[in-house]
Design a protein around this ligand. Structure first.
Ligand code: FAD
Ligand code: NAG
Ligand code: NAG
Ligand code: NAG
Length: 444
C-alpha cells in the first residue's frame, strides 16, 4: 500500500506537536524529528489566550487531560508598583466576551499533553511518530528531502519547520541565515512551591496572593517580575526581566536549560524592596533558568515549495504578551484547516502534487502573516522601558489589543475576513520596521 501523504515536522516543541495534532488523519504519515531527548527543562508556566486555549482544550479534546494535570483559568491581570501599590487590576473572565478562557499551564504539562495527543492511538487518525535525538541540518524545499546530522534522509511531500528561533528549515527556505536579535533584555525564570511562599515570604503574600489565579506584574523603571500560579495553585512561577546591562552575569546562552546564578540574580534585584525580592531567595541552586530574550524581524516569507514555517521559526516574539505559544497553536490550526480538503479529495489514493502543496502553503502564509506579525511587533513594543514610550507610537491600547488578540475564529474565517477587507488599506510592510494593519499601527 503506497502510503499517501508524507509529512515531516522538524521540531517537537509546542508548534511542532500542535501541527502534528492538527494534521493527523488517516492516510497521512507524520514524522516529528526532534533534536533533543526531551530532558526536563527548568520549570515555567505558559499561558494560552482564549482562542488558542479553545483549540487545545475543545477542538483537540485535551481539556480533561490538562485538567488532571492541574490547568487553571487565568482570571485576570494586575500590576503592582515597587512600593506594593496596586496600579490596576483587570478581571479577565473572557468566556462571555471571547467564548473561552485564558489558561495557565505548567509548560511541561502542556507539552506532555500535546505529545500524547499527537502520538497516541487513543484519538482518530494515524498517530504521528516522534523521533528524538534527531537533529535536522537542512532540507530541500523543492524535492521535499530532510537531512539529519546523523546522515539520515527523509523523503516527504510536506515539510513543517517548527524548529524554533534558530530554525534551520528557515535557512533553507530563505537561502540565508536570519539572526535572532538581542532585545536588550534577559529573564530569570523559576517555579516555587506555594506553601514555601506562604510560610517564608509573608510580606510578599500580604501584597500578592500566590494562590489566586491571576497574572501579576511588579513593575519598576526598567525591570519587572511577571508571575502566576500553575498546577492547581500548588506552584508559583516567576519570570524576572532585566535589561542586559543591568544583569550581573553573562547572558549569552540562549538555551532553555541554561542555569542562572542565584547570588548574581539577587545582586541584580538588590535595589528591589525586601517584600518584592524575598521570593528570589527561596529558590535552590540549579533551579533558576537564565534566558536571553531574542526575537526576529518579520520575514519576507515563511514558505518555499514544500516547506513552511510555524511558531517561533516564523515569528519568534518576546514573552511580554504571553503570545508565543498561542500564535504557534493558531499556526497549527491554520495548517490543519487549509490541508483538511486534501485528505478528503484524494481519499488516501495518492499524495497531493507539488503544485497543490505550494499553493496551500502560500495560502497559509497569506492568512497568518499579518496577525502574527502585528502581535510580534506589539510584544517587542511592550518590552520598552517607560521612558522610551513617547518615542514609540502604538495606536492599540491594551484593551484594544486584547480584542485584537481574542477576536479570532480560526484560520478559514480569518482568511474570509481578510478578503473582505482587501479594499481597506491593509498593508504590512516587511522591510521597513513599521507594521500597518488597517487602523492599528505599531512602529518599532
Ligand atoms: C521566559 C519566557 C516565557 C514565555 N511565556 C510564554 C507564555 O506565557 N505564553 C506563551 O504563549 N508563550 C510564552 N513564551 C514563548 C513560547 O515559549 C514560544 O513562543 C513557544 O514555545 C513556541 O514554540 P515553538 O515550538 O515554535 O519553538 P520552541 O519551543 O523553540 O521549539 C522548537 C523545537 O524544535 C527543536 N529543534 C530546534 N532545532 C532543531 C533541529 N535543527 N532539528 C530538530 N529539532 C530542532 C527544539 O529542540 C525544540 O524542541 C515564553 C518564552 C519565554 C522565553
Ligand atoms: C487538580 O484539580 C482537579 C480537580 O479540580 C483534580 O482532578 C486534579 O487531579 C488536580 N491535579 C493536580 C495535579 O493537582
Ligand atoms: C475567538 O474569539 C471570538 C470572539 O469572541 C469568538 O467568537 C470565537 O469563537 C473565538 N475563536 C476560536 C477559534 O475559539
Ligand atoms: C549553554 O548552556 C548549555 C546548558 O547549560 C551548555 O550545555 C552549553 O555549553 C552552553 N553554551 C554556551 C555557549 O555557554
Amino acid at each position: 500500500m503506497a502510503s499517501a501523504f508524507r509529512i515531516i515536522i522538524v521540531g517537537g516543541g509546542i508548534a511542532g506537536l500542535a501541527t502534528a495534532i492538527a494534521l493527523r488523519s488517516l492516510n497521512r504519515k507524520i514524522i516529528v524529528l526532534e533534536q533533543s531527548s526531551f530532558n526536563r527543562e527548568i520549570g515555567a508556566t505558559i499561558s494560552l489566550q482564549p482562542n488558542a486555549s479553545k483549540i487545545v482544550e475543545r477542538t483537540w479534546d485535551l481539556s480533561r487531560l490538562l485538567h488532571e494535570k492541574g490547568s487553571m483559568m487565568d482570571e485576570g491581570f494586575q500590576v503592582y508598583s515597587l512600593d506594593g501599590e496596586l496600579q490596576f487590576r483587570i478581571p479577565l473572565s473572557t468566556t462571555e466576551k471571547y467564548g473561552a478562557e485564558r489558561m495557565l499551564y505548567h509548560r511541561v504539562d502542556l507539552h506532555d499533553a500535546l505529545k500524547e495527543r499527537a502520538t497516541s492511538d487513543k484519538w482518530p487518525g494515524e498517530p504521528a511518530q516522534l523521533h528524538v535525538s534527531s537533529r535536522v541540518t537542512h532540507c530541500d524545499c523543492e524535492d521535499g528531502v530532510v537531512y539529519t546530522e546523523s546522515g539520515q534522509t527523509f523523503q516527504s511531500d510536506l515539510i513543517i519547520g517548527a524548529d524554533g528561533i534558530k530554525s534551520v528549515v528557515r535557512d533553507s527556505i530563505l537561502g540565508t541565515k536570519v539572526p535572532a536579535l538581542r532585545t536588550g533584555h534577559s529573564a530569570y525564570r523559576m517555579i516555587l512551591p506555594v506553601y514555601k511562599l506562604l510560610t517564608e515570604c509573608k510580606a510578599f503574600c500580604d501584597v500578592v496572593d500566590p494562590t489566586a489565579s491571576y497574572t501579576t506584574m511588579i513593575m519598576a523603571h526598567n525591570r519587572r517580575m511577571i508571575m502566576g500560579p500553575a498546577r492547581n495553585g500548588s506552584v508559583y512561577s516567576i519570570v524576572a526581566m532585566v535589561p542586559d546591562e543591568g544583569i550581573n552575569e553573562d547572558a549569552s546562552n540562549t538555551s532553555w536549560t541554561t542555569h542562572g546564578d542565584i547570588k548574581k540574580m539577587r545582586e541584580t534585584f538588590a535595589d528591589f524592596p525586601e517584600w518584592a525580592r524575598s521570593p528570589l531567595s527561596l529558590v535552590a541552586d540549579g533551579e533558576v533558568g537564565l534566558w536571553q530574550l531574542r526575537d526576529i524581524d518579520p520575514l519576507p516569507t515563511w514558505t518555499k515549495g514544500r516547506a513552511i514555517l510555524v511558531g517561533d521559526a516564523g515569528h519568534a516574539m518576546l514573552p511580554t504578551q504571553g503570545q508565543g505559544a498561542s500564535q504557534a497553536i493558531e499556526d497549527a490550526e491554520a495548517v490543519g484547516a487549509f490541508y483538511a480538503d486534501i485528505a478528503s479529495t484524494i481519499a488516501g489514493k495518492k499524495a497531493p502534487s507539488f503544485e497543490q502543496i505550494k499553493t496551500i502553503n502560500e495560502k497559509i502564509f497569506a492568512c497568518r502573516y499579518q496577525r502574527a506579525t502585528t502581535i510580534q511587533q506589539y510584544s517587542r513594543q511592550a518590552a520598552k522601558p517607560a521612558t522610551e514610550e513617547e518615542s514609540a507610537k502604538i495606536k492599540m491600547s491594551p484593551s484594544e489589543f486584547m480584542d485584537y488578540n481574542c477576536n479570532y475564529n480560526g484560520a478559514l474565517e480569518w482568511a474570509r475576513e481578510q478578503e473582505k477587507n482587501q479594499e481597506k488599506d491593509v498593508e504590512v510592510s516587511v522591510i521597513g520596521r513599521e507594521v500597518k494593519a488597517g487602523a492599528q499601527e505599531v512602529s518599532v
